[in-house]
Design a binder for this molecule. Sequence first.
Ligand code: ZN
Length: 290
Amino acid sequence: MNDYLVKAYAFDGTVRIYAAKTTDLVEEARCIHDTWPAATAAFGKVLTGSIIMGAMYKGDQNLTLRIDGGGPIGGIVVTTNANGEVRGYVSQPHVHISTNDNKLADAYAVGNDGFIHVTKDLNVRNIFTSSSEIRTGDFAEDLTYYFTMSEQIPSAVGLGVLVDELNQAKAAGGFILQVMPGAKSETLDKIEANIHAMRPISELIAKEYTPEMIINEITKGDHQLVETMRLKYACDCHRERFASGLVALGKQELTNLINEKIPVETVCHFCNKKYVFTQDDLQNLLKNSK
Ligand code: ZN
């Protein structure tokens, strides 16, 4: 696994920038979910944007993003935490759209009629959900809009996924930049000009630009690196969770399943791992259910 994220402060600490390379985890997600190119690009951008967002939180806090723009891909759900782990799924992985401008295929896949919902579990006994409209279906633009509207933080987001001729994720990565109060207007002008002059993120990563080099493109050297973090696709599902799901069906439904005399197979949405419950397993669940 070569994916990692770098945190930096720039321009006298008035701007924070998080940049990441996510090629391996996006390719792993593609293999798990068998996404087709437009879906790989859309899903990869959401995985990348979310994992960078997750890195802004602490300890065991985690985030769930739900994106549903009414497009052919259906819903995208991604869960991430502050330790560089992400997992997710899409409703319709078999979406491929050919456009004249290939970069926008993912925006068509997502659609532009719906919402981004961000649920934050900050481990303070409260769960917060905030939402914003999907404007274009391009997750970089829609996430920028989310930060501005829902969190009132002026931000810039760049995300890119390059799918090669074998339909594999060849390059993926991105950055999120946030402006703190007190930033000078000439700083903002400089950032805008530098970002405008940059090549697309997917192209930079394909040319082996590192997250540090991407930050350097944005600041032209006026920054301090703060932290580096490994990133990976990780699922924390376990058998007990699926067992409680079966118990929650109730005694009658469990009895029906036992009478069908075929093992029950449950599948994790996030990693496709299968958990099989035999008739004996189901009998035990029934015995232990109240
Ligand atoms: Zn799983």
